[in-house]
Ligand binder design. Structure first.
Ligand SMILES: Nc1nc2c(ncn2[C@@H]2O[C@H](COP(=O)(O)OP(=O)(O)OP(=O)(O)O)[C@@H](O)[C@H]2O)c(=O)[nH]1
Ligand SMILES: [Mg+2]
Length: 214
């Protein structure tokens, strides 16, 4: 099964229309201008970005010409390979997570809504499955319900969550977590932090303080 069918199957239950849309695009139809327009539109709507969308389409068009491909279904595997190549160009991609230090501290940082908490929860479950003793730290003390959200992930993965009250100092939460990890012989701490833009200097300073604790 190829990449898109695989992805589409996995995301079926979450109703991810975007992936399904991309998958459906590669059908038995001949390659046409409508296909290129639809692909471009879907990629841009999927936040792939205009520059990358243009690059991907240009490369895909070239491959279609070079390899005399006439049906969109035959472009499917070429396109997924192009995407994988593109991802592999991202610095650090594919490099295994280094959790050799005990406790290793993973700080989840990023702009608002980019998936930090979800990834923290999934990572916790994954690392636990690999036999690591994992601790989650609720260092997003800013957004309402952020602590409860991480707690729910902790429950799901059966992983302990270190938390303080909302509005407390995130660095103090991480400090608490490090102390608890040392006392309880934990292997990994995954600290969720509040979403922020890199242009907000006070919030970046707060993050620097958390980092200094680590
Ligand atoms: N499709 C998809 N959705 C995701 C993924 N990760 C997170 N989401 C969704 O994106 C939304 C935001 O995810 P969060 O994990 O809360 O993001 P966050 O970075 O912690 O957000 P803030 O704490 O508000 O900055 C949620 O609705 C998630 O279900 C992912 O890998 N794929
Ligand atoms: Mg979050």
């Amino acid at each position: 099964m190829d990449l898109f069918k695989n992805l589409a199957n996995k995301l079926k239950n979450t109703g991810n229309k975007w992936t399904q849309g991309i998958s459906n695009l590669f059908s038995d139809e001949p390659i046409s201008d409508v296909f290129w327009d639809d692909l471009e539109e879907l990629l841009i709507f999927g936040d792939v970005g205009i520059d990358l969308t243009e690059t991907l389409i240009k490369r895909l068009k070239q491959r279609a010409i070079d390899e005399r491909i006439s049906k969109t279904s035959e472009l499917r595997s070429v396109f997924s390979k192009l995407l994988i190549d593109q991802l592999q160009e991202v610095k650090g991609m594919g490099v295994p997570l280094d959790v050799s230090k005990k406790p290793a501290v993973i700080l989840m940082v990023g702009v608002n809504g980019s998936g930090k908490t979800t990834t923290a929860g999934k990572l916790a479950a994954q690392l636990k499955k690999e036999g690591k003793k994992v601790l989650l730290a609720a260092a997003d003390t800013f957004r309402a319900a952020a602590i409860e959200q991480l707690m729910a992930w902790g429950e799901r993965a059966d992983v302990r969550v270190i938390a303080q009250s909302q509005d407390s100092d995130p660095a103090a939460v991480v400090f608490d977590a490090i102390m608890a990890a040392k006392a309880g012989s934990y292997d990994v701490i995954i600290a969720d932090t509040a979403g922020r833009l890199h242009t907000k200097s006070n919030l970046m300073e707060e993050l620097a303080k958390v980092y200094r604790i680590v």
